[in-house]
Design a protein around this ligand. Structure first.
Ligand code: DGL
Length: 270
């Protein structure tokens, strides 16, 4: 049994850590497409081609279920993947829905009609491609009515994190939060809609202030994956080994990941 976790870079490791914690007996195969990172500045066709290639690699590694731990891939490619690409015996899930279910106070998988919810003003921080797709607003509209969403495309943050330039990443986060506040002065909730952003979560929280509820994906995705696998144990694939794979330079990516997650992580070539 093995489950695949995909991201364009090291951001999805924030999700991986949470799913390993929630499901310690499941071997996870993590694949990062560093050769093509960042995805957030690419167009939807490009993101679709790169994501399907990566998911196919994870199917080959013995995973029947792959989680796109990448909002950009989830926003720009997941629907097309689910509707016309994934073979019937495999599954590909994204990271948007668990977060929206939490925001709208629904139980995992609750597909009842949209209803009024407590939260009214939501700030979305995400990559330019995710913001352009409007996938967050679309998924939210299936579940809630009357929620005002202001989206901030956080250009440069993923690149700075991947380069290990935390000072630049921090300065960019502060300026993106300021830009958001000029459009929506008093958000009640903020969604960190990119799996790289939990690595800067303290800066988001501090800049937003304690009055804003911050929704960060890793724990939400882990809880929803545990629930999904309890309902669909047959989706645990045939693979037996956990692995970290990258299409980039394994030595460089291993150093970067080790520094961010504060434990030794050794990537191999994908
Ligand atoms: N972690 C990806 C996401 O959640 C980063 C996207 C990128 O490569 O720009 O959107």
């Amino acid at each position: 049994m093995a489950v695949g976790i995909f991201d364009s870079g090291i951001g999805g490791l924030t999700v991986l850590d949470a799913v390993v914690h929630a499901l310690p007996d499941v071997p996870f195969v993590y694949l990062a497409d560093h050769a093509h990172n960042p995805y957030g500045v690419r167009d939807p066709d490009d993101i679709y081609s790169l994501t399907t290639a990566a998911v196919a690699r994870l199917f080959d590694a013995g995973c029947d279920l792959v989680v796109l731990a990448c909002n950009t891939a989830s926003a720009a490619a997941l629907r097309r993947i689910q509707e016309s690409w994934v073979p019937p015996e495999k599954r590909v899930l994204g990271v948007f829905v668990p977060m929206i279910e939490a925001l709208t106070e629904r139980r995992w998988g609750d597909s009842s009609p949209p209803r009024e919810v407590r939260v009214r003003h939501v700030a979305l921080f995400a990559t330019p491609a995710t913001v352009r797709s409007r996938a967050f607003q679309r998924e939210l509209a299936f579940r809630a009515i009357g929620v005002d969403v202001e989206a901030q495309a956080c250009g440069g943050v993923v690149d700075a994190i991947e380069e290990g330039d935390l000072e630049l990443a921090e300065a960019l986060v502060r300026s993106h939060v300021d830009a958001l506040r000029r459009k929506m002065p008093d958000p009640q909730a903020a969604v960190l809609g990119c799996t790289h952003y939990p690595l800067m979560e303290n800066v988001f929280r501090e800049t937003l202030g304690s009055g804003v509820a911050v929704y960060s994906q890793p724990k939400l995705v882990a809880a929803s994956l545990a629930d999904y696998l309890a309902r669909h144990p047959e989706m645990l694939g045939s693979g037996t080994n956990a692995a970290f794979l990258t299409t980039g330079d394994p030595a460089r990516v291993s150093d970067q990941a080790t520094r961010f997650l504060r434990r030794r992580i050794a990537f191999a070539p994908a």
